[in-house]
Design a protein around this ligand. Sequence first.
Ligand SMILES: [Zn+2]
Length: 238
Amino acid sequence: MTFLIIICNIIILFIINNYSMKLTNNFYLNEFLKSRTAKKFDFEDQFNPPTDIVNNLKKLCENILQPLSDSVDNEPIMITSGYRSPQLNSKIGGSSTSEHCYGMAADIQYYRNSKEENRIIFDYIIQLDLPFGQLIYEFGDEESPDWVHVSYNENRIRKQILKAYKENGRTKYDDITNTYKVKHILPTKKENKTEEINKTSKQYDKVLDIIKSFKDINSNSIKEVDFNELAYKIIKYW
Ligand SMILES: [Zn+2]
């Protein structure tokens, strides 16, 4: 019995230490701090951001990411890059004016039925009329970007829409604010409701999907599995 209590405490402590900082309903601070490079080079500043950075990330979630997540029925929106600490930014040669350095931007990807559907969230951000600073269609093709960059700065709600592409190996941006045509129409509230029917079973399927995808990686190389990330995803989507 005592042994069981100790195990439970260890699990609770693990969860509290790793996942306690909830920014909004569906987003946790940890998601914005992940970085393989920072881990590799032991950049501690990446994992201990100052309070003003955390506040900015919270505002990004409250104003952009959480309303977006609500609009896709809480389906997983993955943060592929969030905050970039000074050490990390100089290592990767990033621009010092990047909003990632201030916790004001995130690169996101969206999965629906285990398929990457980034253009859906790109289009929904526009139609929800969210107060973004910049929204970037990052590379990809006509069907969908490789990822979506979105920023929020309460003092600079520019609502600028850009398309990133490569030319002679260099990244360039086209301003498409006035020319971009949305492809995926945001469902009305009523349609949203009918989709909501069996949420519990949907979430269960999602967790199974996540486990399966990790199992596939597992069969190639067991070292590649990030168990923290796996545990996190299960907690998030259970
Ligand atoms: Zn970005």
